[in-house]
Design a protein around this ligand. Sequence first.
Ligand code: ADP
Ligand code: TRP
Length: 322
Amino acid sequence: MRILTGLQPSGRLHVGNFFGAMEPAVKLQEEGEAFYFIADYHAMTSTHDPKILKNNVLDLSIDFLACGLDPKKAFFYRQSAVPEVNELAWILSTVCPMGLLERCHSYKDKVANGLAANHALFAYPALMAADILLYDANVVPVGEDQKQHLEVTRDLAGKINDRYGENTLILPEVRIREKSAKVPGLDGQKMSKSYDNTIPIFGDEKGTRKLIMKKIATDSTPMEDPKPIENSVLLDLFHLFASEERYQEMISDHQKGGKGYGHFKQELFDAYWSYFEPLRAKRLEIENHLDYVQQVLDEGAQKAREEASLVLTRVRAAVGLS
Ligand code: ADP
Ligand code: TRP
């Protein structure tokens, strides 16, 4: 089984990215041949400062390794280190109806949020499909918001196969984890950089404590009264960091009354802080070995490129380019 996923280097990794994409990917590297990459071409649709882009790529590379990506088990590379992906994206574009891209929520949301509606943003899903199909990936772990892009990917692969032969491309399966498909942000909407409601996974202690204590949305139930457990951002986040037993305890503490939200937020912060403790330590260590990070990316790119060229040779032959 081939597992593949990519993350955009577009700022600090948050709790939603971690549980929706990063952690499932790291776990899956045990179950097959993994291809994990940094989607720097995609990030150019929103990051226009070259220094910031470069820095974000470095940061995300360190994050991946700190979160447990094992370069012995996974090919780890920058998307732009395998520029052949653009050729496959072009080939896919030739079977891609405009309407398919026009229906993409992610495109519509980004434009509604003020990003320029340029060709790259519009064609984003075709490049993403190429990222996946270029490596014959079978399984793609992502958060719920990427589901539609995976449908586009399957659709385009199917169209290529219809036109050029059944075995030209392999149709991948999306893998979305139920528990963390849509991690809520501080305000209760989906946690996302675009909504400015994120909790970073490698935030500093004081700043993150303040975020959790001051910004998590709660209602005005008095301390002594029982508190609602439905649609509680606080409980949903706690569930991600704490054991099932501790989570059930917090539920019954809500139902009993007598404890205020301040108390629960403190518990949430403690659970968050200790959950990421080992990863923080690892990150510090990696930060001091940037040459190691570069080496991992170089080796990953070389291997990824070899794999990509096998698929591209097959596709070029099928479509009549060679
Ligand atoms: P953002 O919405 O903050 O810009 P990205 O779109 O860069 O995040 O998402 C990177 C990965 O993290 C994707 O696989 C996405 O599905 C996942 N992800 C992002 N936010 C969440 C969330 N709130 N819950 C679950 N997964 C998420
Ligand atoms: N679009 C994804 C995101 O915003 C990133 C991405 C690019 C990706 N190419 C991919 C994810 C291929 C999975 C597979 O998070």
